[in-house]
Design a binder for this molecule. Structure first.
Ligand code: PLP
Length: 411
C-alpha cells in the first residue's frame, strides 16, 4: 500500500498573496469591524451574481436564519427542505421557530425531488429551502411553479452554489432569497462568512438591521468622521455582521472565483475519466443548460457492487493519508431530529441510501496535479483488491444516463 508523505486535507482553501496583503492592510488600518472592506466585498458579490440587493453576514447559517426572520416565520409555520443537507439548513428553520419538514431527493441529482416536495405541502407550509447539492442546480423551474401555485417563499441554500447557473439564471436569484457560505471548505472562503441575496429591497434592508443587533444605522458609520450620529434599536436583532478582516480575504477570493472553478472542473474531469471502469458510481455530468459549481465530487461505494463497505473505504483512504468527506448522513439518521420530530429514516429512502454509500473526494483548486494523482491511485488501489475492478454492468446511474459512460471498453 502506498501512503502519501503528508495528509491531504479535504477542502483545503486556495489562498494567495493578495489575501495576505489585504489582511495586513486591514490590520494596519485599525478598522477590524464592519466597514469599507465589507462594502467592497458586497459590491463585488452583487456584480458577480448580477443581483442588486445583497448583505454580508458571518455565516450561511445566519443568512438562512435572517431570511426566515425577515418573512416573519411564526410558530406552526412549516418550511420544507431536503433530507440530504448539512444540519445547518434544518437548524436555521428551528431557530426561526418554524417547523422543518423534509422531502426526499432524486437519486440521480441528489437534489430535492419536486414531486416528493409537492406531496409534503400542507395549509401550514410557508417556505421551501432547496439546496443546490454539491453545486448542481435544483430543478428550479418546477420548484418555482410549485411555490407560485401555493404562494410559498423560496429561500435557496447556495452554500455549494456560488458559480451555479441554470438556463442563464444564477443560483440564488430564482427565489426570494439566496444564502451563501464562505466557510473554509467552500468555493470562496473568508474563514467564516456568508451572504444573503434578496429579491426585494425592503427584505435586504430588514436583514441588514437584523444582522447588527437591530440598530437603525451601520455601526461603522456611527464611529466615522461625519459627525456624531445617534442610533435607535428598531428590531430585536442578532450579532451576525461580517467584519473587514473577513471581507479582506473574500474580495480576493472572489476575484479568482472563475479561475478556481476551471481548476476544479479539470480535476472533476480527471476523476470521471480515471474512475470510469471502477466498480463505483461516479456523479452524473452536469445537465445541458446548467453550470455546476463543482463544489463536491461524490462517488457511491456500495458493498454489493464495489466489494468493500463505504466505511471501510473511508478508513482505507485515511490510511493512505487522503482526507475524505461524507455529504451527508440523511437528516433523519441524526438522534436529535429523530427524537424531536419522530422522522423515520425509511420515509426518505433515496437520502438514506446516498447517506450510507456516499464518499466525497478532495476537489479543491489548491490541489496540485500530484495530489490529484495520489487520490486517483488510492481509489484504484483500494478497489483493485475488491470484487473485480470492472464496472458492474447493472450500474444504474452509468447505464441510464451516460451514453459515454457505458462499460463496453472496460474489459
Ligand atoms: C456549509 C453549509 C451550510 C452552513 O454554512 P456556514 O457558512 O458554515 O454557516 C449550510 N448549508 C449547506 C448545504 C452547507 O454545506
Amino acid at each position: 500500500m502506498r501512503r502519501r508523505d503528508s495528509f491531504l486535507t479535504f477542502g483545503k482553501p486556495q489562498l494567495g498573496d493578495e489575501e495576505v496583503a489585504e489582511v495586513l492592510d486591514t490590520l494596519a488600518s485599525g478598522w477590524l469591524g464592519t466597514g469599507p472592506r465589507v462594502g467592497r466585498f458586497e459590491d463585488a458579490f452583487s456584480r458577480y451574481k448580477e443581483a442588486e440587493y445583497v448583505a454580508a453576514v458571518n455565516s450561511c447559517t445566519a443568512a438562512l436564519h435572517l431570511s426566515m426572520v425577515a418573512i416573519d416565520i411564526a410558530p406552526g409555520d412549516e418550511v420544507i427542505t431536503t433530507a440530504l443537507t448539512f444540519c445547518a439548513t434544518v437548524n436555521a428553520i428551528i431557530h426561526a421557530k418554524g417547523t422543518p419538514v423534509l422531502a426526499d431527493v432524486d437519486p440521480d441529482t441528489m437534489n430535492i425531488d419536486p414531486s416528493d416536495l409537492d406531496q409534503r405541502i400542507t395549509p401550514r407550509t410557508r417556505a421551501i429551502i432547496p439546496v443546490h447539492f454539491g453545486g448542481r442546480p435544483c430543478e428550479m423551474g418546477r420548484i418555482m411553479a410549485i411555490a407560485r401555485r401555493h404562494g410559498l417563499i423560496v429561500i435557496e441554500d447556495c452554500a455549494h452554489a456560488i458559480e451555479t447557473e441554470l438556463d442563464g439564471t444564477k443560483a440564488g436569484t430564482f427565489g426570494d432569497f439566496g444564502c451563501f457560505s464562505f466557510y473554509t471548505t467552500k468555493n470562496v472562503v473568508t474563514g467564516e462568512g456568508g451572504m444573503v441575496i434578496a429579491r426585494e429591497a425592503k427584505d435586504i434592508a430588514r436583514i441588514k438591521v437584523l444582522a447588527l443587533h437591530g440598530l437603525s444605522a451601520d455601526a461603522w458609520r456611527r464611529y466615522g468622521d461625519i459627525g456624531h450620529k445617534h442610533y435607535f434599536v428598531t428590531d430585536c436583532g442578532f450579532k451576525y455582521n461580517m467584519t473587514d478582516l473577513q471581507a479582506a480575504i473574500g474580495i480576493h477570493q472572489l476575484a479568482r472565483v472563475d479561475r478556481n472553478w476551471l481548476r476544479r472542473q479539470a480535476i472533476w474531469r480527471r476523476y470521471q475519466a480515471a474512475f470510469r471502469c471502477l466498480p463505483i458510481q461516479c456523479p452524473n455530468e452536469p445537465a445541458a443548460g446548467s453550470r455546476h459549481a463543482y463544489h463536491l465530487y461524490t462517488i457511491r461505494v456500495n458493498e454489493a457492487e464495489s466489494g468493500i463497505s463505504r466505511d471501510r473505504f473511508l478508513s482505507e483512504m485515511i490510511d493512505r493519508n487522503i482526507g475524505v468527506g461524507v455529504h451527508y448522513l440523511s437528516i433523519p439518521e441524526h438522534p436529535y431530529y429523530a427524537e424531536t420530530f419522530r422522522w423515520q429514516v425509511d420515509a426518505y429512502p433515496n437520502a438514506r441510501e446516498i447517506g450510507r454509500t456516499t464518499v466525497s473526494l478532495p476537489l479543491s483548486a489548491a490541489l496540485s496535479n500530484l495530489d490529484v494523482e495520489d487520490v486517483v491511485s488510492a481509489v484504484a488501489d483500494i478497489l483493485s483488491g475488491s470484487a473485480g475492478a470492472r464496472r458492474h454492468p447493472t450500474n444504474r446511474v452509468a447505464a441510464l444516463t451516460h451514453a459515454s459512460r457505458d462499460d463496453t471498453d472496460c474489459t
